[in-house]
Design a protein around this ligand. Structure first.
Ligand SMILES: [Zn+2]
Length: 326
């Protein structure tokens, strides 16, 4: 042993451990996803995701205000539509669910960063993320509709657009539509590297999806690391303001790789299955939930993520600011 090097000198007290800690996690890092369902009057619990609910529309304002009071500064809105059709046209209607959610959230907490999840799967009768032609999603027809959708969101007052459909060319199409409509100031956080993952299972529950097919023709193969980097770099080239990796836990290498190759802020989506597994293990009494969640979130940041989208945002806000815990 080299006697001069003793790592344990820097671990002798909490004070020195705090001083040399490389990675910090704060409430500023968190984005809370919120689900709103049309046609319900009480919150609906999501069986596979204890603690997460689908809110009726008239409780969205309160949910956003509660998050703001906890110190959460960004929410990501998902709608569960009753007005589905072949194309998801409700998403580009001024009085559609997406636009209404944005207006309600902004009115409830004007300083909250309101982000829209921009896709079609919760608004199409078939559940695919766009226009289906010959049993597959037609990329370019979907982009045309996405352009209408994002301009509708901008008109409703959204602060950031987050396209999740993994269509080729989606960032350029969105940027073009926003810029030519007077919204060049609205940033785009791309779901730039989104895998076709089994970890999304409970989300289908959350959005009440009747979807039975596969998204393998647009979401990425979990086996592909080089392509994962290429997808994000392509979105950066098209003008994305923030990049994302989804899911997180099984893809830390991808986070690190994108971090090493891009200067853009990078988000990670800690998805429904990752949440549900921790909840299930905690309720079985086999893990310390808080410790596991904090360790997972720190790992995302250590790997290179700047922001974390997580259903644990509310719990984390409590855990990270003890003065507000009770
Ligand atoms: Zn989708």
């Amino acid at each position: 042993m080299n006697q001069a090097i003793r790592f344990r000198r820097r671990r002798r007290s909490a004070a020195i451990r705090d001083l040399v800690r490389e990675t910090q996690l704060t409430t500023d890092d968190l984005i809370l996803p919120i689900f709103v369902q049309e046609g319900i009057s009480e919150p609906v619990t999501i069986e596979s995701m204890p603690g997460v609910v689908r809110y009726p529309e008239d409780q969205l304002a309160q949910a956003v205000q509660n998050a703001w009071q906890l110190g959460i500064k960004a929410v990501l809105l998902f709608g569960v539509s009753e007005n589905k059709d072949d194309t998801g046209s409700d998403t580009w209607r001024e009085d559609g669910l997406l636009a209404r959610m944005i207006r309600t959230a902004k009115a409830a907490a004007p300083d909250m960063l309101v982000i829209s999840d921009n896709c079609f799967c919760e608004y199409t009768s078939h559940g695919h993320c766009g226009v289906v032609c010959d049993h597959d999603v037609d990329n370019d027809k979907t982009l045309k509709n996405l352009q209408k959708q994002v301009v509708n969101c901008a008109r409703a007052g959204v602060d950031m657009i987050a396209p999740s459909g993994m269509m080729d060319g989606m960032i350029a199409a969105i940027r073009d539509a926003l810029d030519s409509s007077g919204y060049s100031h609205i940033p785009v956080m791309s779901y730039s590297t989104k895998f076709a993952s089994a970890f999304y299972g409970p989300f289908r529950d959350a959005v009440d999806s009747t979807f039975k097919g596969s998204r393998n023709t647009y979401q990425m193969d979990p086996a592909n690391g080089r392509e994962a980097l290429a997808e994000s770099l392509e979105d950066e080239a098209q003008g994305a303001d923030l990049l994302m990796v989804k899911p997180g836990t099984a893809y830390l290498d991808v986070i690190a790789d994108i971090r090493a190759n891009s200067a853009l802020p990078l988000a990670v989506y800690h998805v429904s299955g990752e949440y549900a597994m921790i909840k299930a293990a905690a309720s079985a009494g086999v893990i310390d939930e808080q410790a596991i969640v904090l360790e997972t979130m720190l790992a995302f940041k250590r790997a290179g993520a700047d922001l974390i989208i997580t259903y644990y945002a509310t719990d984390l806000a409590h855990w990270l600011t003890p003065s507000q815990a009770d």
